[in-house]
Design a binder for this molecule. Structure first.
Ligand SMILES: NC(=O)c1ccc[n+]([C@@H]2O[C@H](COP(=O)([O-])OP(=O)(O)OC[C@H]3O[C@@H](n4cnc5c(N)ncnc54)[C@H](OP(=O)(O)O)[C@@H]3O)[C@@H](O)[C@H]2O)c1
Length: 280
């Protein structure tokens, strides 16, 4: 499994399992266990997903040493440092671990001072060794620039909506210059990649590689040095998605998929989210 070296030297497996909407209990437990058996060594969860406990149990029961598995979780919302620290400690307890590999601010607040305060807690947790890497999610370039006004540590990762309908080429160019790794979420566009212009464009490439559309998207992201975390609770799809890592696309094919970009969001626009007060 290829790994991305984050700017602090930590190695992050480039392909992982997404777990948004993976129900806590048996589904999250069996899904995680199956993915680990298939070979995944990177699980993406969040406090908001409310499935950390089942994922933690599956990781423990897998018998795979903790240090061989990369766990990402995300701060559920901005609050006082005290409250956020309690939420972080609760994640550790649920995941049955003494550290997480990557901790992300799940969404930016509209008020940059709030983001800056949350980030200062993240820096504390990092310095205390409770997180191996810290990053952000759903941050546009301007959110990162605002964060850096007071930050002493640059985010190591930015996880954003990214798929053939929203290829994020300009954001990737900026992040690459800054040494921040780019992580994709929603790679299948909530099923949109199986319809319309996306299905047409991707099916031709898939046929050539005797692969599925999902696998071609995963291969496209990996070739662009993007961290990919497709979600599935279906055992055969968990395997199918994992095998996407073995497909090598040509430069021309990568550019063809980039050109399917329509600036299309299937998730919330971070600049217009309903969460938090708007800055004046
Ligand atoms: N940071 C954020 O704000 C944020 C937001 C959204 C997501 N995420 C993360 O990113 C991960 C991935 O994004 P996502 O969950 O939105 O969506 P996704 O991975 O793009 O798509 C998941 C959907 O596609 C189906 N699917 C999976 N593999 C397939 C395949 N090979 N063929 C056909 N259908 C397939 C799944 O169905 P089944 O499960 O029924 O198989 C599910 O309905 C999340 O799980 C989460 O970890 C982060």
């Amino acid at each position: 499994m290829n790994k991305i070296r984050l700017h602090n030297g930590i190695l992050m497996p480039q392909l992982g399992l997404g777990t948004f909407l993976v129900q806590d209990g048996n589904v999250a437990y069996e899904t995680t266990l199956h993915a680990l058996n298939v070979g995944y060594r990177h699980i993406d969860t969040a406090q908001m997903y409310q499935n950390e406990a089942s994922i933690g149990q599956a990781i423990k029961d897998s018998g795979i040493p903790r240090e061989e598995i990369f766990i990402t979780t995300k701060q559920r919302g901005h609050s006082t440092k005290k409250k956020m620290r309690e939420q972080f400690e609760s994640s550790l307890a649920k995941l049955q671990t003494s550290y997480v590999d990557l901790y992300l601010i799940h969404w930016p607040n509209h008020d940059k001072k709030i983001n800056q305060q949350t980030w200062s807690l993240f820096e504390e947790l990092y310095k205390e060794g409770k997180v191996k890497a810290i990053g952000v999610s759903n941050f546009q370039r301007h959110h990162i620039e605002d964060l850096m006004e007071t930050a002493t540590i640059k985010p190591m990762v930015n996880q954003v909506e990214l798929h053939p309908g929203l290829s994020q080429v300009p954001l990737q160019a900026y992040l690459t210059r800054e040494g921040i790794a780019l992580e994709s979420y929603g790679p299948l566009m909530k099923g949109g990649v199986f319809e319309g212009i996306w299905a047409e464009g991707l099916a031709k490439i898939a046929e050539k590689h005797q692969a599925t559309i999902a696998q071609i998207i995963i291969a496209w992201g990996l070739a662009r040095q993007i961290i990919m975390i497709p979600k599935s609770v279906t055992p055969s799809r968990i395997e199918e998605n994992f095998n996407g890592k073995d497909i090598k696309l040509s430069e021309e094919e990568i550019l063809t998929i980039n050109a399917l970009n329509r600036g299309k969001r299937v998730y919330t626009d971070p600049d217009n989210s309903p969460w938090g007060p708007y800055a004046e």
